[in-house]
Write a protein that binds this ligand. Structure first.
Ligand SMILES: Cc1cc2nc3c(=O)[nH]c(=O)nc-3n(C[C@H](O)[C@H](O)[C@H](O)COP(=O)(O)OP(=O)(O)OC[C@H]3O[C@@H](n4cnc5c(N)ncnc54)[C@H](O)[C@@H]3O)c2cc1C
Length: 488
């Protein structure tokens, strides 16, 4: 029988779930608090410049393909992908950088030119990473995190030792050059924890990087948001924006309605794609499955200081994606995870979408996005944002040997306080809850409420974890659980 399903939020996970649930024949409505959809992957436009406000690395193209295949579609039915070459550059000093090209052979040559023998090491390392990718991304992440048994397969038992070593230890056994080590440790940062705290099994992220490559949807990541919105609408989903849920109504331990602007809307099932902690605050305290103490004890992925900048000229000596690793990586990581504070010397990341997509900036101009990872919950103020902008722009100018400070038409900052205000993000986290060994699979917050019937969760705080591909998978997993509950 057709059920009425109310979904909170319109991030990737909620959008994905809405498609699956509508495909199953349900009446699905998405309610988004902001005026536009996409959640952390929203778009910002100003004076002819276009920015993705969150994700910009399109990794694991197979996961996106698999999502559209579930609806007998292909990504190419909706958007065009460009493989970036170089995928990215990593800066270590003044005009001193390593480019990562779009194929393993060239990357091996780059490695070999820096450390003798490392080309061969890289080949075996990526082979192992691919084998982990085939196990993790093609299979394990599609399990709902209900039971520890989901993780026990013939393949994983053969790899048990990799759950008790870390990515960092593993890489350091094989490579000696600090720069190569930093490049190889970079991909697991997407999982939200330090490489020294991430099990070596997660080196499948290195295969995603060097094996599958870095792609760019022709007009940016928001292309993908719009595409999934289109698919959802084709499947009959209704989308309402400027619709902040104020309360989830529970009667007899069963979620029965949501309240928006004082109006109560009944539903058979309520699914939240908003941050888990926030969703539970919409429930009376006795219906919350996790205590404040629980959230306090979790390792959250970083928050971030972001800048969206319109430049009145083209920026030189730079590629689409650039990482600035010219300062102490471990110190910045300690400033995020160990003793949270604003880093004295921040690592930062920048992207210039108008290098690939002419429509991202007016002709002869450049759109620039800058990101500094910060500890969640950190003190945030205009003065601090300004101080750090000056720091990174000065370094950017030195490292890429050009002046850009006087070429800024506008800049918009976005930091912890905005993550809280705009997304109701716990401690202003940017990427959800980290994927550490103790926060993996069945050890993550549950897709199905442990206390309230007909209440479900999806998104980067649940399984499988942070990132756009996991958000799509999370949407699929929760839709399957909901469908299963209708049959039982
Ligand atoms: C700066 C940044 C860079 C990133 N870079 C990458 C990258 O390069 N590649 C990658 O794969 N991933 C990246 N990520 C991670 C990725 O964007 C996220 O993991 C993913 O988009 C999260 O999707 P979600 O559906 O879980 O949550 P969200 O996108 O946060 O969606 C939650 C939605 O719920 C809404 N909401 C909250 N409260 C309410 C309420 N009460 N009522 C109604 N609606 C509500 C919010 O407004 C939001 O729209 C990045 C994230 C950030 C922030």
């Amino acid at each position: 029988m057709k059920k009425t399903i109310a979904i909170i939020g319109s991030g990737f996970s909620a959008l994905a779930a809405s498609c699956y649930l509508a495909q199953q024949g349900n009446k699905v409505t998405l309610y988004e608090k902001n005026e536009s959809i996409g959640g952390r992957a929203r778009q910002f436009k100003k004076e002819g410049f276009t920015f993705d406000m969150g994700p910009s690395w399109y990794w694991m193209p197979d996961v996106f393909e698999r999502f559209f295949q579930d609806f007998n579609k292909k990504t190419t039915d909706y958007y065009e992908l460009i493989k970036l070459n170089p995928a990215y550059r990593v800066y270590f000093g003044v005009d001193d950088f390593i480019s990562i090209y779009d194929n393993l052979e060239e990357i091996k040559t780059t490695f070999e030119s820096i450390e003798k023998g490392s080309g061969h090491e890289l080949e075996t390392f990526i082979k192992q990473a691919k084998s982990n990718y085939d196990i993790a991304i093609k299979d394990l992440v599609y399990r709902p995190g209900v039971s520890p048994l989901e993780l026990i397969t013939v393949e994983t038992t053969k790899k048990l030792n990799q759950f008790f070593s870390t990515v960092s230890t593993d890489i350091r056994k094989k490579f000696k050059n600090e720069r190569l080590i930093q490049i190889l440790e970079f991909p697991v940062l997407f999982l939200g924890a330090k490489p020294t705290k991430t099990p070596s099994f997660y080196n499948f992220m290195n295969y995603a990087d060097f094996g599958l490559g870095t792609w760019h949807p022709k007009t940016g990541m928001f292309d993908v948001v719009r595409s999934i919105e289109k698919l959802a609408l084709e499947l009959g989903v209704t989308i309402e924006t400027n619709a902040a849920i104020e309360k989830i109504v529970v009667e007899n331990k069963t979620a029965t309605a949501i309240v928006i602007n004082g109006k109560t809307i009944q539903a058979d099932v309520i699914l939240s794609g908003a941050d888990y902690h926030h969703t539970e605050t919409l429930l009376d305290i006795e219906h919350r499955a996790y205590s404040e103490k629980y959230w306090e004890s979790r390792v959250f992925a970083p928050s971030s200081l972001l800048f969206f900048v319109g430049f009145d000229k083209k920026i030189e000596n730079i590629s689409h994606h650039a990482l600035f690793f010219d300062v102490d990586f471990n110190q910045h990581a300690a400033d995020i995870y160990d003793e949270p504070k604003w880093p004295d010397a921040p690592l930062f990341y920048a992207n210039f979408p108008s290098k690939t997509d002419q429509s991202a900036a007016p002709q002869g101009k450049e759109s620039g996005f800058f990101l500094i990872p910060l500890a969640p919950g950190i003190n945030d103020s205009e003065a601090l944002r300004e101080e750090y902008f000056k720091k990174i722009i000065t370094r950017f100018e030195q490292l890429t040997q050009q002046e850009i400070k006087n070429n800024i038409i506008f800049k918009r900052s976005f930091c912890k306080n905005d993550f809280v205000t705009d997304y109701n993000a716990y401690k202003g986290n940017a990427y959800g809850m980290a994927n550490t060994l103790l926060q993996t699979a069945f050890l993550r917050p549950k897709l199905k409420s442990k206390k309230v019937r007909n209440l479900y969760f999806t998104g980067q705080l649940t399984v499988p974890g942070p990132g756009v591909p996991p958000a799509l998978i999370s949407g699929k997993l929760v839709a399957e659980l909901i469908q299963k509950s209708f049959r039982s």
